[in-house]
Design a binder for this molecule. Structure first.
Ligand SMILES: *Cc1c(COP(=O)(O)O)cnc(C)c1O
Length: 349
């Protein structure tokens, strides 16, 4: 497998020959000495954001690399992981020619992005216990299949995929295996970033939107081999991560103790909520969760959704998703919010 992986076979033809756009801020890299910047037509009067941001986000990447245990060259940052996912489509998939495989019920953006980029999305349902169906997936693969999207822990089901199954896919599929780890910080499983050196076709995406509590600043993380990162770098907009985001993200990533305390509180809230959910008479099944949300099967999802709404609680109705008939997805909130939810659940019958 390792000898056979050749990135040039995967990259879109027009991207293969591209050089990354060199912006003013790229050409001159500061060595720390005091310089006069007359190169980018900026307003010279300092207000904190009058200069263009670093297009390679070096400071932030150094902090992230250390925390994630990878090298700076293995990281690409985007305006949310949604941008990272879009860049993957645009770097590797030829419109109207190539295809990707996604595994419903899962995160909706893989389908949306394949639609926007005019790439066929081949869907292979998860099994009844929400695991990838390896044989069915490999049967759908053809010479134009560029990427398989695995979301683990999976949204909206909450479970992680078996590492054995993921390994089989990494070893038998010659394209890119994208593992969306938006919820990895809530899981006790190890991140697949630890396996980068073993699998040249592995791409991991993470985000500051969930456990790190920074959905509003839009910071998505792509972690892969330097070879793959270099390809995506060629097509990323030069200033896709703004200065305020870079600053806020660095502060937050450094404050990992605080983040970890919040994660612990959220997981404690989940344990409390699970105890109650299992006793609510209209809840038929509560699915195992490695994330900061819980999926539950109820008697009538539309009805229960409306009842909760009328009591001021907004949850996610997933009933239209395959294998998710009559399910609701509950995000874990603050202690007080969880108590509100619990008291409303107990009041319904
Ligand atoms: C929430 C979520 C994301 C986050 O995307 P951002 O653009 O980084 O906010 C990515 N993947 C999955 C599966 C998610 O649930």
């Amino acid at each position: 497998m390792k000898d056979k992986f050749n990135i040039d076979n995967l990259v879109r033809e027009n991207v293969r020959g591209l050089k990354p756009y060199s912006s003013a801020r790229d050409e001159y890299v500061s060595d720390g000495s005091k310089m006069v910047f007359l190169d980018a037509n900026e307003n010279p009067y300092d207000n904190g954001v009058n200069r263009y941001p670093d297009p390679q986000q070096r400071g932030l990447k150094v902090v992230l690399a250390e925390q994630k245990g990878v090298e700076v060259q293995n990281i690409l940052l985007g305006n949310g992981s949604d941008e990272v996912l879009d860049l993957l489509f645009r770097a590797f998939c030829e419109p109207k020619e190539d295809n990707i495989i996604s595994l419903p019920p899962t995160y909706g953006m893989y389908k949306v992005l394949s639609g926007i980029n005019n790439i066929e999305n081949r869907e292979v349902l998860l099994t009844e216990d929400f695991q990838p169906d390896v044989n069915a997936i490999l049967q759908k693969v053809d010479a134009h299949t560029k990427m398989i999207f695995l979301c683990s822990p999976n949204n909206p089901t909450g479970n992680s995929f078996s590492s054995h199954i993921v390994k089989v896919l990494l070893e038998s599929f010659k394209g890119l295996v994208i593992i969306d780890e938006a919820y990895i910080d809530f899981s006790s499983d190890e991140s697949w970033t630890k396996k980068l050196k073993e699998y040249p076709n592995l791409v991991v995406t993470q985000t500051l939107s969930k456990a790190y509590g920074m959905a509003g600043i839009r910071l998505g993380i792509c972690i892969a081999s330097a070879e793959i990162i270099n390809v995506i770098n060629k097509i990323k907009p030069p200033y896709n991560v703004n200065e305020l985001t870079q600053q806020k993200a660095s502060e937050r990533v450094k404050a990992i103790d605080l983040v970890e305390r919040e994660i612990a509180d959220i997981l404690e809230g989940k344990r409390e909520l699970l105890k109650v959910l299992n006793k609510v008479n209209f809840i038929e099944k509560v699915y195992p969760s490695d994330a900061n949300f819980v999926l539950a099967k109820v008697d009538d999802a539309n009805k229960r959704y409306r009842e909760l709404l009328s009591k001021g609680i907004v949850v996610r109705n997933r009933t239209t998703q395959p294998l998710c008939e009559n399910t609701l997805r509950f995000t874990i909130g603050t202690v007080q919010e969880n108590e509100q939810l619990i008291s409303v659940l107990k009041s319904l019958n």
